[in-house]
Every structure is written in C-alpha cells, then in structure tokens.
Design a protein around this ligand. Structure first.
Ligand code: SF4
Length: 367
C-alpha cells in the first residue's frame, strides 16, 4: 500500500536496526508518550529486537488510560439520568471507574451510545431534540479541535440539548511530570508526531533546555520509529540534549495554527487530574467560562467525584517507566482485554493491551 509499505519494508528495517545497534554503547532508557507509537513498536517486534541494547518505556500517551476513574464515575452518573444519552468512543465505554464502566451502566438500562466523533454526537442532538445528548470527549491536542468545533457548531445552531463532559489532556506537561518524578530513569523522549502536527514542536526547546534531555519528534511507522530512536541514541551518545524532528513529512515547528486557534477559542489551559499521576500543572484543557452552558456537569448539577486509588492496577508504574506490563502480577491472568482490570488493558492504545496482543519477535513479522 502506497505511503505505508515504504515505511515497513523488511530490508529497510533490518538496515535501520543494524545502524541503531552499531551506535549504542550503553542501554539508554527512551520513552515514547504516544499509544500509537507504543503499539507500533510492539506490533512490529521492534521492542523485542532492541531489548538487549535499549530500554523502551511507554509513557502516559494513551488518553483513555490517563482519564481518571472519577471522571468515568461522572460519566456513569450522567448516563444513568433518564433524560440523558451519553455518547462516546468505544474504548471509553469499557474502562472501569470506581462504580463500574459505561458498558455496565448500559447493561443496567442507561442509554449509552458509541460514536466515532463529536460531530456524530452533535448530529444525534439535532435528530433527537427531546433527548439531552452528552458527548464524553477525551484525548490529547489532536482530538481537542474536533470537540471544539462541535461545541462551536452547537452554539451556532442554538442546540440546547447538547453538552460535553471533556477530559482533554496536554502531552508536554505529562512529560514534565514523568521527568520530575524522584525515581525517574528516562533519558530521552520520542515526541508524538501526530500531536506535533497540531501543536508544532518549537515549545519543546524550553523542555530540552530545562531538563537537558533529547526530544525527537517521531512518526508511527516502524521506519519512523527506528529513525527517531537512532537520532535519540545519537544525541545521548554525544551528550547533546537537543530537539530534532524525524517526522518532517508531517510535523512543522509552528504546527496547525487554525487548530490551535480553535483550541484557544474553546478551552483554557488548566491543572487537571491524570489517572495515577494526580494533578498535573497545565495538564489539561477545560471549557472556557463563556461556553459553560455546554458543560454537562454544570447543566445537570453533577458534583465531581472524589479521586481514589486504582487498587491493584499498576498502570502508573507502567506509564512512569518503572515496570513493563508483564511485570504487573495481574497481567494476562486476572487482567486481559476481555476482562480488563485497568485502562491500559482496555484501550486500543494502552501499553498493557499492546504487550498482550503483540509481544513477539521481530523475525516473525519480517521474515
Ligand atoms: Fe493495570 Fe492490568 Fe496493566 Fe496490570 S496488566 S497495570 S492491572 S491494566
């Protein structure tokens, strides 16, 4: 397939792997902060192929995984109202909160629907004016513009039966949270290429200067990931903490200015809770006060649920790079994609689901 095969060709990947291995003198710890990259590294056997020379950590880059259980609880509360239809992405329905998941709420009679975009939820509101449609939106800066567009359209159309429960999060503050952990071991970062297509990547210069770690903007295909890792290793070996872009075909320093304006118009940057990490300064986006009529919690008088621990799930240790998913005692026995205990086993971008589904040798994919 054009624009895919050329980034997955076996000979190219084998050459890239050989080049990467040649340049390594110590087992550096490099973190991706993107569920798509995590899955690609596992699916294509790259983690396995590099494990003896490089430690790959998979940070808090899966939006479903970092949505706190108490926010799921608020979504369940909303869904249980007889006048509300709760609409969200499929993965969100399966994530357990403290009071169960949205799927369980649906089984108990709540009206919960799967949608593929916030615009689908908006169309639902236009079609079913006698019902209150609440869109439960999560995600990084990549999905925030679509939610922003939906709420602006709802205001323009004067739709009184559409509102939002949002938990949009920002990548760079999460990287700050990881690197400032007292037991941090991460020495270099791959920055998520698709997020950089929206936000740009110039802002990482400050991060690099402040924490003296290399950051390499990287794509998702296996050859992109190997190029990003090779550059990150090169900078680490040279002791040169610098910012590089290995995803030039899509990411620009300034990003997508139109999408950034949409985000600025609709959201304010705020300190919000992340699952496992607690409150992250500037870690999220909340609706601006002039759009508070569209805030579902406010409209329905939902008092934000209190936070509490994730019990036996060790997702924060996985996302902080302390352990790999198979090190969690529940992995593959009490916690599987069919019976998930924690969000990283539910989500199509979660690290635990990636290990469960794909952990296999490079050769099996690239014979
Ligand atoms: Fe949590 Fe399950 Fe992953 Fe363990 S295997 S960290 S319980 S999601």
């Amino acid at each position: 397939m054009k624009f895919v095969d050329e980034y997955r060709h076996s000979t190219l990947l084998k050459n890239q792997l050989a080049e990467l291995r040649r340049g390594i003198t110590q087992r550096w710890v490099i973190m991706d902060v993107c569920g798509g990259q995590t899955h690609s590294l596992l699916r294509h056997g790259l983690e396995e192929a590099l494990d003896d020379v490089l430690e790959l950590a998979h940070g808090p880059g899966c939006p479903v995984c970092v949505t706190p259980a108490e926010v799921i609880d608020d979504a369940v509360k909303l869904a249980k109202r007889p006048d509300v239809v709760l609409a969200s992405f499929g993965d969100m329905l399966r994530v357990p909160g403290h009071t169960g998941s949205l799927l369980q709420a649906r089984a108990a009679g709540a009206e919960v629907r799967t949608v593929y975009s916030p615009v689908d939820a908006l169309q639902l509101a236009a079609k079913e004016p006698h019902k209150q449609i609440v869109f439960f939106g999560v995600g990084f800066e990549t999905t925030a513009p679509a939610t922003a567009l939906a709420v602006l359209q709802a205001r323009q159309l004067k739709l009184r039966n559409f509102s939002l429960l949002v938990h949009h999060v920002r990548v760079e503050p999460a990287m700050r949270a990881v690197i400032q952990l007292p037991d941090n071991r991460v020495q270099g970062f791959l920055a998520a290429g698709h997020v950089c297509t929206v936000t740009g990547f110039a802002h990482y210069r400050k991060f690099v200067d402040e924490f003296q770690v290399p950051v390499v903007v990287t794509g998702f295909e296996p050859s992109d990931l190997l190029a990003g890792l090779t550059e990150c290793v090169r900078l680490l070996e040279l002791r040169k903490p610098q910012l590089r872009n290995q995803y030039e075909r899509a990411a620009r320093p300034e990003g997508n200015v139109h999408a950034q304006h949409l985000i600025d118009e609709v959201y304010a940057v705020a300190t919000i809770p992340w699952r496992g990490f607690g409150e992250i300064p500037d870690g999220g986006l909340v609706l601006r006060s002039q759009l508070s009529d569209f805030d579902a919690r406010r409209r329905f008088g939902i008092i934000a649920s209190p936070s509490s621990s994730d019990g036996e799930c060790r997702s924060v240790d996985v996302m902080a790079g302390r352990i790999k998913p198979p090190d969690c005692p529940l992995f593959g026995n009490r916690c599987t994609p069919d019976m998930p205990v924690g969000a990283p086993m539910v989500s199509s971008e979660g690290a635990c689901a990636a290990y469960f589904s794909y952990a296999r040798p490079f050769e099996r994919n690239h014979e």
